[in-house]
Design a protein around this ligand. Structure first.
Ligand code: AMP
Length: 398
């Protein structure tokens, strides 16, 4: 059993909370979905109510380490947190991660203060699981709390190496993390069948392993989004300029062969929305996959595909969905994703949505309340369902 905050004594202590504030933003830098920030509030409030000094840390996207770029700063997160917590005083925002400003601000903290460190990935050591960075981060807290479910599948300094500095009574899961683990635990142990995985998004590479493992767990796999084209190419279709990972065509074939062997039903798009450019003003055509012209690219699933996928979802009792069906950020190519969201939300199955983009689709479609569970983790939730032990979980269990 993984411990959480109310299993240990935290009154008046300095609590270091690793959060996942990697929220989506629009082209103006506005936060388009603050669910990940709101999901961290129960843990933060619990610590506030126990007179702790609270140090928050998160990564945000992928800045070049060592280079400060405003667009990767966590300052907008501090503002949103301030609004959501309805605080009288400001959240202290550090200008660096473990540099002089963060240290000075941490040293001057009073009871009830909240300090947000800058983007962890400004430090090169974060993604390298660097021991020196981990030691510096650990020095901010008496207690380590991991509430960053979305980042738990990564062996990074603030997730993994840092935990060596805390014994088992001083490192715990936050409430969000605990909730996610409990939920997925139930689904993994005993999914009600038919169990259907809907997988989309841009890359096969990020999800190929997950797909290979999922094949032996689910009854049906539905593939949409950019990743479908690697499979369609593997089947010999002309895919024009659509997104493709040529080096994975063979592996795509073996995933399909494994599905066939295990009698897992495998669904690919049968028609596609194609355009010559990624733009709202692009001319589009709706074509069967047999007719994708050279030079055009597939940017959404077509109407026949959404109907096919709906049929395939009809008898589902458990549905997991990870990855949009098309370039949903552009209205013209969002219909397939929005329709899938509606179909999944309308079904009588237990519905689990994972991944920032997919959660964004569900929010845009107005379906968030209709889903059983919207996870804050994409890759992490897929790995949990595959039955993997996440490094971030393992590190606080020990
Ligand atoms: P991922 O991070 O792999 O889940 O991918 C999410 C991204 O995939 C979103 O930004 C979508 O715009 C993108 N995407 C979905 N379908 C396509 C497609 N057909 N071509 C290119 N990108 C796509």
């Amino acid at each position: 059993m993984i411990k959480t905050l109310n299993d240990i004594e935290i009154e008046g202590k300095r609590v270091f909370i690793r959060c996942d504030f990697n929220v989506p933003k629009d082209e103006f830098g506005n936060i388009t979905d603050d669910r990940r920030i709101r999901a961290a509030l129960p843990t933060i409030r619990y610590c506030m109510d126990r007179d702790c000094k609270i140090i928050l840390a998160s990564h945000y996207e992928r800045p070049e380490p060592g280079k400060y770029e405003e667009k990767f700063s966590l300052k907008p997160i501090a503002k949103r947190l301030h609004q959501l917590l309805k605080l009288d005083k400001d959240i202290l925002m550090a200008a660096d991660v473990v540099g002089p400003d963060a240290k000075a601000k941490a040293a001057a903290m009073e009871i009830g203060d909240i300090l947000l460190l800058e983007n962890l990935r400004y430090e090169a050591g974060e993604t390298k699981n660097d021991a020196a960075l981990a030691a510096e981060l650990a020095s901010f807290g008496d207690i380590y709390v991991n509430d960053a479910f979305g980042a738990c599948h990564r062996k990074h300094a603030s997730i993994y190496a840092i935990t060596k500095h805390f014994d088992k009574n001083h490192k715990v899961a936050g409430f969000l993390m605990k909730k996610e683990i409990n939920f997925f635990g139930k689904v993994i142990e005993d999914p009600v069948r038919p169990f259907v995985a809907v997988v989309g998004g841009s890359k096969v590479s990020g999800k190929l392993e997950a797909l290979t493992n999922l094949v032996s767990k689910v009854d049906k796999i539905i593939i949409g989004g950019g990743m479908a084209f690697t499979f369609l190419k593997a089947l010999g279709y002309e895919i024009g300029n659509s997104l493709v990972e040529d080096n994975l065509v063979e592996e795509a074939k073996s995933v399909m062969a494994k599905a066939k062997e295990l009698n897992v039903k495998f669904y690919l798009p049968v028609d596609i929305v194609v355009a010559t450019e990624f733009s709202q003003n692009a001319t589009v055509k709706y074509l069967p996959i047999q007719e994708i012209p050279k030079g055009w690219m597939g940017l959404d699933i077509g109407p026949a595909t959404t109907r096919l996928f709906r049929e395939a979802l009809n008898d589902a009792q458990t549905i997991i969905w990870n990855g949009p069906m098309g370039v949903f950020e552009i209205d013209k190519f969002s219909k397939g994703s929005i329709k899938m969201s509606h179909y999944i939300a309308e079904s009588h199955a237990t519905t689990i949505v994972g991944g920032g983009d997919t959660a964004d689709v569900v929010a845009r479609a107005g379906d968030a309340d209709e889903m059983t569970f919207v996870s804050t983790g994409g890759g992490a939730s897929l790995e949990l369902i595959e039955g993997k032990v996440l490094p971030g979980m393992e590190a606080i269990e020990n």
